[in-house]
Each structure stands twice: as structure tokens, then as C-alpha cells.
Design a protein around this ligand. Sequence first.
Ligand code: TXA
Ligand code: MG
Length: 344
Amino acid sequence: MNTKILDPKDPNTLDTAADIIRGGGLLGIPTETVYGLGANGLDADAVLKIFEAKGRPQDNPLILHVAGMDQVENFCHDVPEQAWMLMKTFWPGPLTLILPAKDLVPRRTTAGLSTVGVRCPDNDMTRAIIRRAGVPIAAPSANLSGKPSPTTAQHVYHDMVGKIEAIVDGGPCRVGVESTIVDVTGERPRLLRPGGITPEQLRELLGELDIDKAVVGEISGDTVVRAPGMKYTHYTPSGDVIIVTGTGKQAAHYILRHLGPKDRVLCFQEEVELYPAGVAMAYGSEKQPETLAHGLFGALRDLDSKDIPTIYARCPSGGGVTYAVANRLKKAAGFHIVEGDKAP
Ligand code: TXA
Ligand code: MG
């Protein structure tokens, strides 16, 4: 299959893209978080192709992308008041809500669950494609399973060339990490995955928010988790990733004692100068956490392509979007964390 790159400014793109979705094909779609690998979310055969193209385990459900709040009750029932409040405040935007699914949503989309994740992406072109296609778009992140999510059309091309009909090139994604996921089907709202909408923003609106254990620590393969995707290895470059804590100087002191000739350091802009030339790569500024979110996956992909045995990484701490960045980096490291100020 010849994978086309579609320019959103081309007047034919909207129809071409909508036709691919309606015809049961696969389409790379831009969103404000990361690129999605989209198909008609109501067509079980089209959805199967997503799992095949990604190499994704079939027990990991997909998110349904809708064009607006007005479409939610086509696919979900018993939508609680809290969910409407969240949609009114944060949509279109990087927030996915877990809601009870109607029967027309195929079990292949929900991976057999009675609930479905819905999200309205903050990207005009993608919402227009959903409306034009007349169906919701089921889309996981458009990476090969286990690899960092794609934040440019070129990343999608790299992973999916020959496997999908086309990619709509919407430029680099604004946020850079996947959406925040909140389960609103239980007694209390529960954060299943941190993202661009922060726990502070959610608590301010909801007054309460539980944090799922999958967010805070490693979970073993047989643990029952609410967001099934959280139990798989994620975002992993081929080399080992080790997070080193402490101040910049403490971490550099530790890393420089252990650094092999082909190893590299993934750090904040402010710390690059602590390392010999060519060793350290910045993914953003510690003072501007949005830049870290924006740059993390691209940097992990760069390092993945270079055959590096060990990547020593610096992880930000704190709330806001920093919380999501730290969550992704810890997963990339398989929760391998060394205390730079104490370790020998
Ligand atoms: O920002 C995003 O959310 C991106 C863009 C493309 O929209 N999508 C994305 O999809 O990150 P994916 O498939 O890579 O991650 C979806 C996560 C998985 O961890 C999955 O297990 C969880 O959402 N999920 C989906 N449906 C669920 C459900 N019904 N209950 C619990 N978790 C669910
Ligand atoms: Mg993903």
C-alpha cells in the first residue's frame, strides 16, 4: 500500500480523508496531543486493522473521537452530570472520559468492556473529518505498539508506511503527550492517565479525584487495571532508560561516573552544559514544563534510532503537566530510578 501524505490546506483533503474512514481504511490523524491511527469506530473489521497495523494486544481498548458534545449520547448512555461539566469546560481538548457504551459500539473497539473512552480533539481538520465521515473515529496513538507516541506526521510515516492509506499532516502536536483519562462511571471520578488537563484543573472543577494505582507505580502483568493499556511496556526506545534523581549537578556526578562510550543523557536544557559535547540531549526547559511535554516523545524517538545501550534521563517533578511528563518517562524507564545523590 502506498501511504499518502495529505495537506490540510488542499481542498480535496477533507473528502479524501472522510472517504478513507467511511471505506473502512486506516488514516493517520493530527490531534493536539499526539497523532492518532484512525478508523471507523463502529466498523469492527476496520477496527481490527488498527490492532494489526500497530501490533497492539486486542485486550487494549480504543478511544472514540467525536466532533462535539452533541455526539456523545449516540455512543454512550447514563452520562453523569460531572461528565457534562468536564466536557463543557475542557472540550475540545486533551481529556478522554470513560462512559458506559451503547450496544452499537463494537466490542472490538472497547476490547470487550461495557465502557468506552470518548474524546473531542482540539483540531479543526480532524473534527471536520469526523463530521464529514458521519462516524466516530476510533484511534489509538499512531505508533507501533510499545514505541513512543508520534508527535509529527513524519513519526507516523516512519512507523506506519505501507500499512495505512494516508496521513493528514497537521504539523507538530501542540501538547505532545496523550490525553488525560478520567473514569466517570464509578462513585468518584478517577484519573487513569495524566495528560494535558492537569489533576489540579480536574480537582478544581470536580472537588474530588481519585488517582488510579496504575498512574503512580509499576503494575505487574496480571494486575487488573482500569485502563488496560497502562499495564504494557510503553514509550520504550531500544536502549535501557535509567532515570537519575537529585539536583542537576548530583545527577551529572553520578552519570559521568557510569556513562559508557555509546551511552547518552536526556536532560533539561539547563543541564546540557554539565556534560561533554555530544553526550547530552535536551527535550525542553525545566522552567517551562510544556516544552518538556512537547519534546519528550520526539527526543525518545531520536535516541531510539541511534542504537544507544543506556539512556540516562532527567525527570521533572511537580504538578501540572509535569505530572504527565514524569508518568511517561517513568514508564519509558520501566520505573528504573536511581537516586543521584545517594547511589554509589
Ligand atoms: O491523546 C490521546 O488520547 C491519543 C490521541 C490519538 O487521541 N490517543 C491515545 O490512545 O493515546 P491510546 O490507545 O494510545 O491510549 C488509550 C488508553 C489506553 O491506555 C487504553 O487502555 C485506555 O485509554 N482506554 C481506552 N478505553 C478504555 C476504557 N473503556 N476503560 C479504561 N481505559 C480505556
Ligand atoms: Mg498509545
